[in-house]
Design a protein around this ligand. Structure first.
Ligand SMILES: Nc1ncnc2c1ncn2[C@@H]1O[C@H](COP(=O)(O)OP(=O)(O)O)[C@@H](O)[C@H]1O
Ligand SMILES: [Mg+2]
Length: 272
């Protein structure tokens, strides 16, 4: 196949995907420059908070080599197919598809970029998402192949970039914002995660990674600032047990902040 034929094939494939996901009203991608900043934590809890607001929501775990969504949502078991379509798994009303549930536990995926991108397109095209109000894609860190694939095929209408307040994370999140701008994603927003830790014993705030850098960056780069999420030890324990904090403890401070972020997302999409 020559380059032109390849381009044509890709365009055809993207058209097919666009048709298949046309029943999904809003498509959000969650990016970060750096790993370990809380993308999966944010993707999962935002999705459950959207569901709690009455929206039909799905999570696409686009982190093919480090798929953590099942661990944080507690879904297990095999994925089933029906009439050549993959049926997404469901946990407390949210539809989920992840590589983790297509592989034996602990098995490594050692695919190169093009294979990972192909899998993501399959998650878009071959999964029976049906009507959804929101599909949230949790991406691997950085600005690699998967991000480009998603931008071309999923046509997101919002990119959420997660950063910690640390300088090293902010430098990388600026790159992720720049990528989202180049992809012409209509709404770009930033969340500062791990923004301070309130000592559960004495209530004193410790700015482990600093604080405020996210909001400053959002203003400087002219993107929406959605909020600052603190480090919450209970939320981390719940995440390890597959229980999103917004469901387990909706009254917790961290949950209130996440629900507030959902409110801002609704305003941006004029969903109020
Ligand atoms: N605000 C937070 N409070 C406490 N723990 C958090 C918070 N955000 C993320 N974590 C924890 O930090 C670890 C890394 O987060 P994760 O969402 O897996 O990052 P990423 O997807 O960006 O690699 C996980 O164990 C997660 O539960
Ligand atoms: Mg992750």
């Amino acid at each position: 196949m020559n380059a032109n034929e390849q381009k044509e094939k890709l365009a055809q494939e993207n058209l097919k995907i666009a048709d298949h996901i046309s029943h999904i009203k809003h498509r959000i991608v969650v990016f970060s420059g750096k790993g370990g900043v809380g993308k999966t934590m944010v993707s999962v809890n935002l999705s459950y908070a959207l569901h709690a607001h009455g929206y039909k929501t799905g999570i696409l775990d686009a982190d093919i080599t480090g798929p953590n969504v099942p661990k944080m949502t507690g879904i297990t078991g095999d994925v089933h197919t029906l009439e050549n379509k993959i049926i997404p798994q469901e946990s407390k009303g949210v539809k989920i598809i992840s590589m983790a549930n297509l592989l034996p536990a602990g098995e490594a995926i050692i695919w190169r970029g093009p294979m990972r991108s192909k899998m993501i397109n399959q998650f878009l095209n071959d999964v029976k998402w049906d009507n959804l109000d929101f599909l949230v894609a949790d991406l691997p860190p950085g600005t690699g192949d998967e991000s480009l694939t998603i931008a071309q095929s999923m046509k997101p209408d919002m990119a959420i970039i997660v950063t910690t307040p640390q300088e090293v994370s902010l430098i990388d999140s600026a790159r992720a914002i720049s990528m989202a701008k180049k992809m012409e994603i209509p709404h770009i927003a930033l969340i500062e995660n791990m923004s301070g830790l309130i000592c559960p014993e004495c209530g004193h705030r410790i700015d482990l990674f600093g604080s405020g850098g996210g909001e400053k960056q959002a203003n400087e780069l002219n993107v929406n600032f959605l909020g600052a999420i603190p480090i919450n030890i209970d939320a981390r324990i719940m995440a390890d047990e597959g229980k999103p904090v917004v469901i387990e403890n909706p009254k917790a401070d961290i949950s209130a902040i996440i629900f507030d972020i959902v409110g801002k997302i609704k305003t941006i999409f004029d969903e109020n």
